[in-house]
Design a binder for this molecule. Sequence first.
Ligand code: ADP
Ligand code: ZN
Length: 757
Amino acid sequence: MDDELSLSLSPPAVSRLAALVLLDGGGDLQFDYIIPAELADTVFVGSRVEVPLRHQPKPGTVLEIYELSPDDQRSLRRVIRTFGDRPQITRAVLKLGQWVSDYYCVPLHTVRRYMLPESIHSDKHRDKVRRIARLARPVTEEELEKMRKRAPRQAEIVEVLQQAVEKDEAVETSAFPSAPSLKALVRLGIARIDEEQIVRDAYADEDFIPTTPLSLNAEQQEALDVILRAVEAPREQKPVLLYGVTGSGKTEVYLQAAQKVIDSGRNVIILVPGISLTPQTVDRFRSRFATIQQEVAVLHSQLTQGERYDGWQMILRQKARVVIGTRNAVFAPLENLGLIIVDEEHESSYKQENELRYHARDVAVVRAMMEPCAIVLGSATPALESWYNASRGKYTMVSMTERADGAKLPIVRVVDMRLERKRSSKGEPSVLSEQLRIAISKRLDRGEQSILFLNRRGFAGSIQCQVCGHSVKCNHCSVSMTSHKELGRLVCHICGFQRIPPKVCPECNDPGILFAGFGTQRAEEVLRRVFPKARIARVDTDTMKEKSALRDTFNAFLARKLDIIIGTQMIARGLHFPGVTLVGILNADLSLNLPDFRASERTFSLLTQVAGRAGRGELFGEVVIQTFSPHAPAIQFSRHHDYEGFCEQEFEFRRQCGYPPFGHAVLITARGEHQRRTEFSLETLHKRLLENIPHEILMGDPIPSPLEKSHNQFRYQVLLRARLTKTMTEHIRKVLAATKLSHDVMITVDVDPVSLS
Ligand code: ADP
Ligand code: ZN
């Protein structure tokens, strides 16, 4: 291209500096460009720039800057301009992005979009400013008197501004009807107009009363000391796993650790699993840091575009001292990091499930290592992966075994639903056992509150015998098989093994084997019928579509305007309701029989988290678990609040089957509107993989996903397992690049999947 050549050779002041630029948009294009001398001071690693590509200027991000060697004969084109005079992605975050791209098998430009969201560099959401009028100098009474005669409008303005100075208020220019008079005052040097950025704060309407640090108990102090040692010498220290039972005061430890880091001049990132899940946690942080309210940035998905823009600007201008946010906040371009806190680190919502399937906790650990800074992962039920890392000495563990508020752990009762069925005449599954019904009505009599919990996921379920509790598992994988109606079969989602669903229970020969379960709506109906006078609210994704609905319901519950909340996962986390003395788990089997090797871990952690909601105040708590499998380890260990015992036996199972944490998994999914083409694409890919992969990689057969069809797309999947991720991703990448597939079928590669559906 001739004109390209002439452009790039056009002199004069060409520095010897060049930039490697990653262009926005698909293809992961990276090219070198000369940095013209006049831009040399404003182009940095992480800067957003405009560069020529063919005949078009294109936006991109500077990945590297280097000096051209004298014998470099390439004729490079030049950077056209920069956006802003400072880098918008820090060097550390850029390095982190490269790691994420590599580990999770996603193009760097996709990761880049999460490091710097589109809304931040688009023009639409520019800073909102207000114009403030101020006196530029004192005006004497004499002077004012003269002015009143000569220019009464100007005099009025001066008077208002004088009053504003006394009251220490700011007056916006729009308060004055006469713009020319104000301008005249500015010209005369009497007034001046300042532009101030308005920070759109989602929490502006709420008052945060500053809270003072509590005096820590011995366990908390020990935890704080360990964290602060890591803050002092992050290079020599490992990630800290803070294992503390619910109510042991972990949040107080985070708050004091964060405070110390801020006092020492460094900054803090706090990750929370999901804002809607933990509004109270965020509020506790905002309250504690109320005095530096202007320096706390909150990042989560429910902010308006404008609020998000301002939050990011605060961080980009290095004004934020604390960033609290959901998983994407792990990419916040905050410099001078002292500490990263990952609250409820076991939560599966840290795993993003879209085009970029990364795990924010794992990425946070890598970031802490790169910065370097301290990191603390906290949970009452750490993920098995984290527990394993602690037991191998890769993490430092501190534990807190006592509840800080002096409350006792609740009594846990397990109700055997197999006996309930014998009692009821109809064949349908019972929603409310006699024991739970009595427990609820006692609470209603005493004016105490109850939470009822139902873990319900929307896809085809497992089948379970209502008489003996037996559920059908894969012979090879020890994981519950899932019914696929279209196939008319049960399928194992690990290895792909299929079988015809049994007509009678293989254990007890009863024909009462059927699909397990009922939904929250059904449960609500039953409750309203049994307790017509109770004030009941249902909390699930259907009833909580409105942004504020969840907050409102929780506030009503806190204010004791409700007696019973019935809900899904949404009510399980991080909430603190002093009036709750009863927690009922309506059907523990729903999560026990998930088609996933994590079913048991999920159930244990869910039961523990939910039980932690009971008896957090002065009152004693009780938990009632309804189940068809009362002897399942997840239920028995959680009943005795024995996380370590649970881990030990679960490790045995995982080790035997080679499941994580004893190895890694990668899930490949094909989606498409055309069923045959989608299935065929995955089969082709599977065949190519078989020809290529070494035998230390275990690969299952291609099968329909547990959620066979979603958003009008058919889904097929195959699971790979090996000791190291890299072994798998290297081969997958190679095979994907060399295999031509139908263009309307989308392939996703999910590294370390947290859900097999
Ligand atoms: P966790 O985050 O481990 O579930 P929280 O931080 O929510 O525990 O603490 C549970 C309760 O104990 C809260 O009401 C908190 O205010 C209180 N608490 C925490 N630390 C202390 C302390 N040192 N002294 C008295 N109360 C405390
Ligand atoms: Zn299997």
